[in-house]
Ligand binder design. Structure first.
Ligand SMILES: O=C(O)CCC(=O)C(=O)O
Length: 313
């Protein structure tokens, strides 16, 4: 029996034509059976992101992303410009980060995540790690968080430095009906100052201007219609209309449930790998379990305002 995940991936092999950047072609996908987790994650084989992708290939990658929530591509070694071009195939890109500049003047969309900068960079937790080393969904403190993030591995430590992604749709679906019913109408507040307050000396105006935003606790995915949990411990401050204790306990329950290993995929990076995740349906965690330097480049595809099951909370 063919694993559906691999059928999906090898669908790419039926597309005719081809790009040949760097002398590699994407027309013939590899049959390598690298397995990812049970409910989330797929490896897309046979693509070459150093060349432009035809629309039907982009559509297939998008379909894989919607189904598996995070897709991995090995051995890409993209330049910043090629990463940007790949991202633009899925929509407009955002600036690198609301509080941090991009790689350089030519690549304002590329966020550099260099472990040796964590002590100085935004999100520093004061111990050499950053908010990336906790479970989070990207930029949920903005009114329109990115729809997807694309991360390219530049320098990877010999051991450690994996990234984990959790399936927020699977998490919602596996709650009992009574809890889902309780959560469906709720609204949570997301607040950047929880994480970025330390940087007010450098960017006081920026942070002060960043008012908390309200998002539904349960987000209806704009493309699939699936419901998923849309809270994370880095940016969500509380659930509106509940006592502090109720909010803390319910969020704690949800965070435990979201990160259950059954709905988490863990990726062991190699330099040149690219991961793309659906930021509307996942949260992620960069494991801070390594010595030495780890460098990643991230871009984010612009998203829309999250909508809950009741669209007018
Ligand atoms: O570096 C990683 O593996 C993940 C980065 C991350 O957490 C982020 O881009 O938000």
């Amino acid at each position: 029996m063919i694993d559906a995940r691999w059928a999906r991936v090898t669908d790419l092999g039926t597309i005719s034509g081809g790009g040949s950047g760097s002398g590699r072609t994407w027309t013939r996908p590899s049959r390598a059976r690298t397995r990812t987790a049970g409910s989330i994650g797929a490896v897309v084989c046979g693509l070459d992101l150093t060349a432009p992708l035809p629309d039907d290939v982009v559509a297939t990658v998008r379909a894989a992303l919607l189904q598996w929530r995070v897709v991995f591509l090995r051995d890409q070694h993209v330049t910043p410009g090629q990463q940007v071009a790949f991202g633009r195939a899925f929509g407009d890109l955002t600036p690198a980060h609301p509080l941090q500049g991009g790689l350089d003047a030519d690549h304002p969309e590329v966020l550099v995540l260099d472990s040796t900068d964590y002590r100085l960079g935004i999100g520093d937790r004061g111990d050499g790690t950053s908010y990336n080393n906790r479970w989070h969904t990207d930029v949920t403190f903005s009114a329109q968080p990115p729809m997807a993030s694309i991360l390219a591995a530049k320098q990877i430590p010999e051991r450690g430095g994996d990234t984990l992604w959790a399936d927020l749709v699977g998490a919602y679906a596996t709650l009992s009906p009574g809890v889902r019913h309780l959560l469906d109408p709720l609204v949570a507040v997301h607040d950047a100052t929880r994480t970025f307050d330390r940087f007010q000396d450098d960017g006081r105006q920026q942070v002060a201007a960043m008012n908390p935003v309200r998002h539904p606790v349960v987000r209806v995915h704009p493309e699939t219609g699936e419901r998923g949990l849309f809270v994370n411990p880095v940016f969500t401050s509380h659930i509106e209309g509940l006592s502090r204790l109720e909010s803390e306990r319910i969020l704690g329950l949800l965070y435990d449930h979201i990160t259950a290993p059954e709905r988490v995929v863990r990726w062991r990076w190699r330099p040149g790998d690219v991961a793309m995740w659906d930021n509307r349906a996942t949260s992620h965690y960069a494991a801070a379990d390594y010595d030495g330097q780890r460098v990643m480049h991230r871009i984010t595809v612009a998203g829309d305002r999250p909508v809950g099951p009741d669209p007018t909370p």
